[in-house]
Ligand binder design. Structure first.
Ligand SMILES: [Zn+2]
Length: 101
């Protein structure tokens, strides 16, 4: 069991079998990403493995002033394709600010 972190963004999907809405993964781009991929995910509840186009996914920001909310679980996912990663490689600031002694 994990918790949602207030202020953080998540990508949600709805299981096509049991209709459970659940977290697919944290959205590290904070909602700015252009998701273009097909994701294969196993439902944490009914174990149904479904394929979801990025258009079917839902962005969700947990309200910054909310308490951490327990969620059902984070499904493991396999990316069949991922065009233009959504921000994971776009944080060079931290690295370039490291100075040599
Ligand atoms: Zn399900």
């Amino acid at each position: 069991m994990r918790s949602l972190i207030p202020g953080d963004w998540y990508i949600l999907f709805t299981c096509t079998d049991c209709k459970t809405r659940q977290i697919m993964f944290p959205d590290l781009s904070e909602g700015r990403a252009d998701l273009r991929a097909t994701y294969k995910v196993e439902c944490v509840k009914c174990r149904h493995v479904g394929k979801y186009e990025s258009e079917e996914l839902e962005r969700y920001q947990h309200p910054p002033n909310a308490d951490p909310m327990p969620i059902y679980g984070i499904a493991f996912f396999a990316m069949l394709s991922l065009l233009r990663s959504f921000g994971w490689l776009r944080h060079p600031g931290r690295i370039s600010s490291v100075r040599r002694l």
